[in-house]
Design a protein around this ligand. Structure first.
Ligand code: DGT
Ligand code: CA
Ligand code: CA
Length: 565
């Protein structure tokens, strides 16, 4: 009956789209009736269609019956695709928000120019939504709640939020020096997380489970047994498993996954005549490994494989032939290459930036404020840029004893015609130039980026695909082409570590590396504490198989300067 559900949903969405587009109310109500009828069917719609009895269903006429047949035969409905293409981009996902009907959506689209979830959040927060006719505080509050719900029910949590939540649970449980670790996709550092998996070893399992399911603020206990507890905390499922010490390594390996990686390992184990499960590696009845992960991999004739690589994308083959990458580490990172000061839209002064960076023991930080035409981000006029540069010179002189050098940078806008937002003679005075698109997301992205990359002053392209997780898909562009262009112009591509950007992603990083492209890490810091997002960018780099020499942030200052000039 899965087709029943799919069709009911499509017809409902179709009704919403028609209403948004201001179509004939009769047509809209026909789609809604048909959707309702299909939802209430007790029979499989595929069977009814095969028997040519669709039009016997009350509420379904000839025209909709034909569309149902079209869907069942071809997997799509042309009229539906056409209707979708008439809706402005971004509006479609807003249709799933409870409390905003298509008519209201039309109104806020026209009056407040809403085109995305982010836009909607903004007009809620600045109060302009509440000023619309028939809107009012209460309705706005409800809409706000349904957005929060939508965020959660999209099902997957951003890695940054998942890390914060997981660490909260670990801190709560970890009172008496317990062995406890994050496993699952979070340990593999995937960009989004379905649920949080924790693994612990304890002499008093019952007490640990008891403590776990009594954690303050939990919404629901899903399961609690002798060795496993499962709760919902702030909308996210957290699983805790407790194992014996002598199986800890094999359990950690098993529950870290990924599933595909584990399946391949089990195959290798079988080929050796062993059995592999969460309790250990067994040769007949004899347990030959299990206490540490390393033992488990070694027993299978493999070196230990870093969790970030365990996606079955060639890591097992690489491990077998001794060709695992030597992944870049936090200790290798010598500086943050994308930070905004309060000269543009950041809140940190240049001195604050030095202070923040010293926590990480960095050698350098690039201050990459926005350029003049990005008005909403307080982009720097040429005069202001010059004044900022003078202040950087002054601070660098004073700071020599602290050994942190501020680099004079910019995040210069790539304008709609592909030219840059500062003239060449200004760019030449800077130590490092990051170029990025912040306007005209749909137009000639590849061409504009290429013309920026051809400018000898441009070192790096920031957030190369422009995607924002959960709210914006990214520029309309050809990634392969971008990678080729970066290669032919010797341009560095940025991994932006901002929690909902994480752009380039792991897959693109791997591709870029294979093409010999260097990458940079930037946190896009705008305020205190944000430099810690380096960790997130680093996890992408590691999932993208990057080694120390692939990231220019690992270069000592002099070497970095050589690379940039
Ligand atoms: P998620 O939660 O969707 O972000 O992804 P994971 O990888 O954390 O998946 P989850 O929470 O369902 O399971 C945690 C780990 O447990 C998974 O990475 C590998 C292991 N696992 C779960 N189910 C299976 C299975 O059916 N076979 C094997 N071999 N391993 C499994
Ligand atoms: Ca999980
Ligand atoms: Ca799980």
């Amino acid at each position: 009956m899965t087709k029943n559900k799919e069709l009911a949903e499509i017809l409902e969405k179709m009704a919403k789209i028609l209403e948004f587009n201001g179509e004939n109310p009769f047509k809209i109500s026909a789609y809604l009736k048909a959707a309702g009828a299909i939802r209430n069917l007790s029979q499989d719609i595929e069977k009814i269609a095969k028997d040519e009895r669709l039009e016997e269903i009350p509420g379904i006429g000839k025209s909709i019956a034909n569309k149902i047949k079209e869907y069942l035969n071809t997997g799509e409905i042309k009229a539906y695709k056409k209707a979708i293409s008439d809706v402005p981009e971004g509006i479609l996902e807003l249709m799933d928000i409870q409390g905003i009907g298509p008519k209201t959506l039309r109104l806020i689209y026209e009056k407040l120019h809403i085109r995305s979830l982010d836009d909607l959040r903004r007009v809620i927060n600045d109060g302009s939504l509440a000023t619309l006719p028939l809107m009012g505080e209460k309705r706005v509050e409800n809409i706000k709640k349904s957005i929060e719900f939508l965020d959660k029910t999209k099902g997957r949590l951003l890695i940054n939020d998942a890390l914060i939540l997981a660490e909260e649970v670990v801190r709560y449980l970890n009172k008496d020096g317990l062995i406890i670790e994050i496993a699952g996709s979070l340990r593999r550092r995937k960009e989004t997380i379905g649920d949080i998996d924790l693994l612990a070893s304890s002499d008093n399992k019952d007490r640990l489970i008891e403590t776990f399911i009594k954690m303050p603020d939990i919404e629901r206990v899903i399961a609690s047994g002798a060795t496993k507890g499962s709760i919902i905390l702030k909308g996210t499922q957290v699983d805790l498993r407790i194992v014996d010490k002598n199986s800890y390594g094999s359990a950690l390996q098993y529950f870290t996954g990924s599933k595909m990686h584990n399946i391949k390992l089990r195959k290798i184990s079988r080929e050796k005549g062993f059995k592999l499960n969460e309790y250990g590696v067994f040769d007949g009845d004899k347990k030959i490994a299990g206490e540490t992960e390393e033992d488990v991999y070694n027993a299978l004739g493999l070196p230990w494989i870093p969790p970030e690589l365990r996606e079955d994308t060639g890591e097992i083959e690489a491990a077998k032939s001794g060709k695992l990458p030597n992944l870049v580490k936090m200790e290798d990172i010598k500086g943050d290459l994308h930070v905004h000061s309060n000269y543009s839209d950041g809140t940190l002064t240049l001195e604050d930036i030095v202070k923040e960076a010293s926590v990480y023991g960095y050698e350098y930080v690039s201050v990459s404020d926005h350029s003049q035409s990005v008005k909403y981000a307080k982009g720097l006029s040429i005069d202001r840029l010059k004044r900022r540069n003078e202040e950087i010179d002054r601070i660098n002189k004073d700071n020599n004893k602290k050994n942190i050098v501020l680099l004079k940078g910019t995040e210069v806008d790539i304008l709609r015609d592909g030219s840059l937002d500062y003239p060449d003679d200004i760019l030449e005075e800077l130590d490092i130039v990051i170029a990025a698109i912040h306007q005209g997301f749909k137009n000639n992205i590849n061409e504009r980026m290429l013309s920026a990359m051809k400018n000898p002053n441009v070192d790096i392209i920031a957030h190369p695909t422009g995607r924002v997780i959960y709210s914006r898909e990214g520029y309309k562009m050809d990634i392969e082409r971008l990678i080729n262009d970066a290669k032919s112009t010797d341009t560095i591509l940025e991994i932006n570590s901002y929690p909902n950007r994480m752009d380039f992603n792991d897959i693109n990083c791997k591709k870029a590396k294979e093409n010999g492209i260097k990458m940079s890490l930037g946190t896009d810091t705008h305020s205190k504490g944000m430099m810690k997002y380096m960790e997130l960018g680093l996890s992408i780099a590691r999932r993208g198989w990057l080694e120390k020499e692939d990231l220019i942030n690992t270069y000592p200052l002099e070497e970095l300067k050589d690379k940039l000039y």
